[in-house]
Design a protein around this ligand. Structure first.
Ligand code: GLN
Length: 208
């Protein structure tokens, strides 16, 4: 190929990675701003996803912490519930933090409709109430092992992990970070710390 042609292809590839790849943060309820800021600090282009049209523009999605029942209902109302499910089943990377983890897991409770995308079961609020929130240094198995300041706020406890699910971190005996292919779930809140390594890990999942 001529140099001109190669230069064009190279330019095209750079433009696509910088402009084409947008990461979405579900913008309905919860720690939206914090995730947006963390992704931007990593150099990612971010879209707050409020509609199905927004979802079409992103190559990965974060479901923030908040209140899982509310987020589930608002996803239904916004016409996003089935769309997010379909995209995730099609391979789009999705990371759920805390309430987002509850949404990715299988449900057991009738009032909350989960996306039920991961082979995980969780018990809501099992670490206690808001006043029982805590931070603990935990070992995460990212591309390498790292010590991470994990913040827990009315966090879910993972009560069952399916065969296809890889546990990337534990707090005591309980899994707190799980990956199943294109799906990632953390019961803690990396967006509430200055440590961006889990966001970087997710961006890599989106670029991979
Ligand atoms: N307890 C909340 C729920 O059940 C989750 C809390 C959080 O996301 N920090 O949805």
């Amino acid at each position: 190929m001529q140099w001109k042609g190669r230069k064009f292809l190279l330019l095209k590839r750079i433009m696509q990675s910088a402009v084409g790849k947008k990461i979405g943060v579900l913008g309905l309820q919860g720690s939206i701003r914090e995730h947006v800021a963390a992704l931007r600090a990593c150099g990612a282009t971010v879209v707050e996803v409020l509609t199905a049209a927004d979802l079409e523009r992103v190559c990965g999605l974060i479901i923030p912490g908040g209140e899982s029942t509310t987020i589930s209902k608002l996803m239904r109302r916004a016409g996003l519930f089935d769309e997010v499910r379909a995209r995730a089943l099609n391979g789009m990377p999705v990371w759920g933090t805390c309430a987002g983890m509850i949404l990715l897991a299988q449900g057991g409770e009738s009032e909350m409709e989960p996306l039920a995308l991961m082979d995980l079961e969780v018990e809501r609020n099992a670490y206690g109430r808001q006043v029982d929130s805590f931070q603990e240094s935990v070992l995460l198995e990212l591309t390498e092992e790292v010590l991470f300041p994990a913040v827990f706020i009315r966090a879910p406890k993972v009560s069952r992990v399916g065969e296809g699910v890889k546990v990337l971190a534990k707090c005591g005996d309980s899994p707190i970070m799980c990956r199943q292919g294109n799906l990632l779930a953390t019961s803690f809140h990396p967006e509430l710390t200055d440590d961006r390594r889990v966001h970087e890990y997710f961006i890599q999942m989106c670029n991979g």
